[in-house]
Write a protein that binds this ligand. Structure first.
Ligand SMILES: Nc1ncnc2c1ncn2[C@@H]1O[C@H](COP(=O)(O)OP(=O)(O)O)[C@@H](O)[C@H]1O
Ligand SMILES: [Mg+2]
Length: 324
């Protein structure tokens, strides 16, 4: 379905602000550049929900945008249905939005406050010439019902909806072009806990009904484990582990995943607290990005990035101390 191959994305400040410092030893160091995603490979399977987890700043949203062609990787390839997204022209990119949709983190700011719900939902249909006026009206009514909103609300502006309703509206908009892949970035983090559960149920329901493939981005491992078929854990712009959800707690996990899981589930007895700070993306440590916080770190971890190893049939991990 979608393959990421050794994808890297760095954010650089505008040329006037970024400087290259030439150190005493003649080594050049770029200042202000943020290495958000580093040499990352991942394959999506059709029909699955992949949960993408990691602390804030670990590169999840950047990866999500790389997946749908909103960002261009500076190295590596993003292959969707056999096509490299990095080589598409403008027209092909537009057609891509019929296949892949991205739901932004903040429903309030991703909706134009001046557009009524019906207009917001029409945009994509009009751009892609899908149906005449009457047909679009029917499509939109159906979409609203599908996400649990009354079609009567179609003439309201975004601010007249509650947070949960706005997120439903964003979902309806993402579904309006009938995509096969939906990437949802923290779809519930702006919502009250009671509303979160409703949105999760809705996403699961839609996935089942439409046979969508979904990437669910969240900083919350327990939320991801409620929904995902597979879990991919990021740290410092890299993948630490990819495992089927049913293996959670059943295998020897990466030390970072152990720490995340321990803090999500206080019932585990070998819980240890995650001390220290996540790595500075402008100045990432050498070796494994997790080594400064890792209780198992030794010399090799401090110098060498651990390659992603196949540890089981569907189980991958990047840790020098994990073995098959
Ligand atoms: N548009 C951008 N310009 C500059 N830096 C960015 C931009 N987007 C993200 N970053 C930086 O890249 C890193 C990863 O960010 P992000 O992908 O948003 O992480 P997450 O979604 O896991 O919180 C962070 O250090 C963030 O500050
Ligand atoms: Mg994010």
């Amino acid at each position: 379905m979608l393959n990421l191959e050794n994808v890297t994305k760095t954010f650089r400040p505008p040329a006037s602000l970024g400087q290259e410092i030439v150190s005493l030893f003649g080594r050049r160091k770029e200042t202000g550049a943020v290495l958000a995603v580093r040499n990352l490979s991942l394959q999506l399977k059709p029909g699955e929900i992949l949960g993408l987890v990691g602390e804030s700043g670990s590169g999840k949203s950047t990866l999500g945008r790389l997946m749908c062609g909103l960002y261009r990787p500076e190295a590596g390839r993003v292959i969707f249905e056999g096509r490299d997204l990095t080589t598409l022209d403008k027209r092909e990119k537009q057609l891509l939005s019929l296949k892949i949709q991205f739901m932004f983190q903040d429903p309030a700011s991703s909706l134009n406050p001046r557009l009524k719900a019906r207009a917001a939902l029409s945009e994509g249909l009009i751009i892609h010439h899908l149906g005449d006026r009457v047909q679009r009206r029917q499509t939109i009514d159906r979409l609203l019902e599908e996400v649990g909103l009354s079609p009567k609300l179609a003439d309201r502006y975004p601010h007249q909806f509650s947070g949960g309703q706005r997120q439903r509206l964003c979902l309806a908009r993402a579904l309006s072009l009938n995509p096969s892949l939906l990437i949802a970035d923290e779809p519930t983090s702006a919502l009250d806990v009671s509303i979160q559960a409703q949105i999760i149920d809705l996403l699961l329901d839609l996935k089942a009904k439409r046979g969508l493939t979904m990437v669910l981005i969240s900083h919350d491992l327990s939320l991801v484990c409620l929904m995902a078929d597979r879990v991919a854990v990021m740290y410092g712009g890299q993948l630490m582990e990819v495992f089927p959800r049913r293996l959670l707690g059943q295998v020897e996990h990466h030390p970072y995943v152990k720490a995340l899981w321990a803090s999500a589930d206080s019932a585990t007895d070998d819980a240890f607290i995650l001390d220290g700070e996540p790595p500075d993306p402008q100045n990432p440590p050498p070796g494994c990005p997790f080594h400064p916080r890792c209780p198992q770190a030794d010399e090799i971890c401090r110098t060498t990035i651990a390659p992603m190893k196949q540890l089981g049939p569907e189980y991958l991990g990047a840790c020098h101390h994990l073995s098959t």
